[in-house]
Design a protein around this ligand. Structure first.
Ligand code: GLA
Ligand code: ZN
Length: 658
């Protein structure tokens, strides 16, 4: 793309053909330059086995091309048509309780099904051969939000693939050991005895469940790769992506692995519309996606112009909110912001989902704002390709998230994403830009790294954290980290096993709190959810409990280790306590806490740098605010010298003088 992408999923098959020309005309008015086509078109393209109908789609692509709009073309394999699942019901996914799901919604396929895989790769090949030379073709879009509805299938085909997956990793003895099958008489004497973790009388084996998550992730990734490889054979120069789902539901797939398999990372993001912190969560998701992209620009493949249809209360966006959201994503490294979808559906399961053209038509808040932002992004073409620098990283581990979601843990109140979010929010409020990194990443580029609930940790990954501190790095490690190995076996000798030495502490027992119970700390903070009976070895005590089950026991510690510093937060701090701790750690690490803290200015500031520096300033409050900045306000053309006013709810993009 020459500049920033602006557009949507475009589903013309939902509309009579005479609407299509109007669509393209309205897209042009809205500044649309990129649309995703064909994601759910399988039934219209392959009408029966091997019988392909491309005529209608040819006309759609030709119309778009004539309108100057590029196409992110789907391989159309996200929703198998009824003729296929009727002919091969064995390709439908099976739940843990043995119920086989039916067609009638979408994503109705078992990830291990050879039939689905054959038909999907055949369709991908047809699409690639047919559209390889179409001038509108900008990228391939494989699948759609893999694992959105079906991550694990428990059918017999999956059982067989799971056994293959296991036997390529373990001997039977190693498996029994890794899964601690001596507990509850689970010892396996033959591979054929191993099943997917189907419904059992009580708690399943944790190592078994975690390996099934890994297996399922791999099985789905193999599907993506099978289509991608077909596309690469036919159109080697067309970039291939699949839309991730990085958001507050945290991630059913290990996207660190997936990110290596796409030509560019794309993401779908929907805010939790009832949350007052939704714009902060958006920032976190965008930063995590940038991390997945290895710091390179990425594409926001979908977000919403206003309400979504699938939350308990689908709150509409206020005027200006969609604009702020779009700019937040761009500020944090997206080279485009697209929506689900172009025209709001008349029928079907998502007819109440907002779109660029709402049911009411174009004389609407939504379409007007769509046109405004489209025009504005057209003035920002130079931003494309620029990148974001961050002094601090958060180590994010999808697999620890899966592990901590399992049952039979010390508390059911812990939520991995919310926990990470607490730290992210403290950094966001402090005005510090954050990268996200994978377990095992060399951390030396960062002044400080937060390691939240890094629970299922291998020796090798623990060593990377310790080496970073020994070499002068600063870390903040939080509770539940280091407790288990990668098979969820507890590391003995005191929690937090893998990080005891670097943190200079050991913990003899967890003391999770009752629902609603709070405990006070010596530094005035309040703690809920989690405490533990911690002892210091070499660490200094920063704060201790003054009441609750562990009065006098250390709660926050700081340890000099090698040339660096390792903080341990052994409790669940409230917002202000967390802010205080994070800011203390930041100042120890030499990271300036922005004079323009968001809490004081109300303004979120992010810089993208390329040939020039672009300062994005987003005012999330309902009062005007000022910051110190100089440059050219790109959207208004005004020269700014020293003092920039960002009006309530507004966005300013400054080409900075540096
Ligand atoms: C996801 C899907 C879209 C649509 C939207 C609705 O992003 O990819 O097809 O269902 O959710 O929010
Ligand atoms: Zn299956």
């Amino acid at each position: 793309m020459p500049g920033l992408g602006w557009g949507a999923d475009y589903n013309p098959e939902q509309w009579p053909e005479h609407v299509w020309a109007e669509d393209v005309e309205l897209m042009r008015r809205a500044g649309v330059n990129l649309v995703s086509v064909g994601i759910f078109s399988w039934a219209k393209i392959e009408v029966s086995k091997g019988e392909y109908r491309f005529g209608w789609l040819d006309r759609v692509l030709d119309l778009l091309h004539a309108g100057g709009i590029r196409v992110d073309l789907a391989t159309a394999t996200a929703a198998p048509p009824p003729w296929l699942t009727t002919a091969y019901p064995e390709m439908l996914p099976v739940r843990a309780d043995g119920v086989r799901l039916s067609h009638g919604s979408r994503q109705a396929y078992c990830p291990s099904s050879p039939i689905y895989r054959d038909r999907a790769t055949a369709l991908a090949a047809e699409m690639a051969s047919h559209y390889r030379d179409h001038p509108a073709l900008a990228a391939w879009h494989v699948g759609n939000e893999y694992a959105c509805h079906v991550k694990r299938c428990y059918c017999d085909t999956c059982a067989a693939s799971f056994r293959d997956w296991l036997s390529s990793r373990y001997t039977l003895d190693q498996l029994n050991d890794a899964w601690s099958t001596a507990f509850w008489s689970q010892g396996y004497t033959d591979w054929s005895q191993i099943l997917p973790p189907r419904v059992t009388p009580t708690f399943s084996n944790p190592g078994h469940v975690l390996d099934y998550d890994r297996f399922s992730d791999d099985a789905i990734l193999e599907l993506y790769k099978a289509e991608r490889d077909v596309l690469k054979m036919i159109t080697p120069d067309v970039p291939v992506t699949t839309n991730f789902m990085v958001n507050w539901t945290f991630g059913a797939l290990d996207y660190w692995k997936w990110a290596r398999e796409v030509d560019f990372v794309s993401n779908d993001h929907y805010t939790e519309s009832q949350s007052p912190d939704r714009h902060v969560e958006l920032a976190m998701s965008a930063d995590l996606v940038r991390g997945l992209a290895g710091g390179e620009p990425w594409l926001l493949m979908e977000h919403s112009t206003s309400a979504v249809n699938w939350q308990p209360r689908n709150i509409a966006k206020l005027p200006g909110e969609m604009r702020r959201h779009s700019f937040q994503h761009i500020a944090r490294g997206a080279d485009g912001a697209l929506f689900f979808q172009w025209r709001q559906s008349r029928g079907g399961g998502e007819r109440y989902h907002s779109a660029m053209v709402p049911h009411a038509g174009t004389d609407t808040k939504v379409y007007r704002e769509v046109c405004q932002v489209g025009a504005e992004l057209g003035q920002l073409t130079g931003v494309a390709g620029s990148t974001v620098d961050a002094p601090v990283a958060i180590l994010y581990d999808f697999q620890s998230g899966w592990a901590l979601q399992q049952d039979a843990h010390p508390t059911q109140d812990f939520d991995y994403f919310k926990h990470v979010f607490g730290y992210y929010k403290a950094l966001w409020e402090s005005g510090v830009t954050v990268d996200f990194v994978a377990p095992g990443t060399n951390l030396s580029a960062y002044s400080m790294v937060v390691v939240p609930a890094f629970h299922a940790v291998s020796d090798a990954h623990a060593a990377v954290v310790a080496d970073y501190v020994a070499g002068g790095g600063h870390v903040v490690v939080t509770y539940l980290s280091g407790v288990a190995d990668e098979h969820l076996r507890i590391r003995l000798g005191g929690y937090p096993g893998a990080f005891r030495d670097v943190l200079g502490v050991w913990s003899e027992e967890f003391f999770p709190l009752r629902q609603g119970e709070t405990v006070s700390l010596s530094d005035g903070s309040t703690v809920s959810l989690w405490t533990e009976h911690l002892h210091v070895r070499t660490a200094d005590i920063v704060a201790s409990y003054v009441d609750g089950p562990l009065p006098g026991v250390p709660a926050v510690t700081r340890n000099a280790f090698g040339n660096g510093v390792a903080w341990y937060v052994a409790c669940d701090l409230d917002g202000s306590g967390l802010r205080r701790t994070v800011e203390n750690a930041l100042s120890g690490a030499g990271v300036p806490v922005s004079a323009q803290r968001i809490e004081h200015s109300g303004i979120e500031l992010v810089r993208r740098k390329g040939d020039v520096s672009w300062l994005f300033a987003v005012n999330h409050t309902d009062t005007d605010a000022q910051i110190e900045a100089s440059g050219v306000d790109v959207l208004s053309g005004a020269q700014v010298s020293g003092r920039l006013t960002v009006r309530a709810g507004d966005v300013v993009v400054l080409r900075e003088e540096v």
